[in-house]
Unconditional design. Structure first.
Length: 144
């Protein structure tokens, strides 16, 4: 029984490593350091860069809403709304002196909606905008 369980676990580990490719999410394989994004999720990987590396992205958040409602026996309401929120995101890794590395990350997310007149929830909300930005530094030292 123990031997069979060990064989199954080994098989799963090998299969996970075989299909992991360059980005081995949840497979237990060490993280890649192929872009400046490591400044935000794996600062130790910053030590693999020989020169300054930056990465800038624009994140688009899209919403597509359809609302339907009726109050009691009154008329029914239907409204459609789409909106787009664009938020910047960026990472930087910069080697310093004596084996030190500095990283900086800006991450964002959000959404917004401006509902049309006559939508069912107009007495509770007419529009909203939600934008979340976080910015934080990272520091790493290469140990030989």
């Amino acid at each position: 029984m123990v031997r069979q369980l060990l064989l199954v676990l080994c098989g799963l580990a090998i299969a996970g490593a075989a299909v992991a490719g360059p980005y081995p999410a949840l497979s237990g394989i060490t993280a890649a350091a192929d872009n400046a994004g490591v400044a935000g999720n794996n600062p130790a990987a910053m030590t693999r860069f020989d020169s300054r590396n930056t990465q800038v992205e624009l994140l688009g958040f899209f919403s597509d809403n359809t609302w339907q409602g009726q109050v009691g026996s009154g008329p029914s309401f239907t409204s459609n709304d789409t909106s787009t929120t664009i938020i910047p995101s960026g990472n930087m890794v910069m080697p310093l002196k004596n084996g030190w590395f500095f990283g900086f990350t800006i991450l964002g997310s959000g959404s917004s909606d401006d509902y049309p007149d006559g939508w069912p929830g107009r007495y509770f909300i007419e529009e909203y905008s939600l934008v979340f930005l976080s910015a934080y530094p990272s520091l790493a030292r290469k140990v030989k």
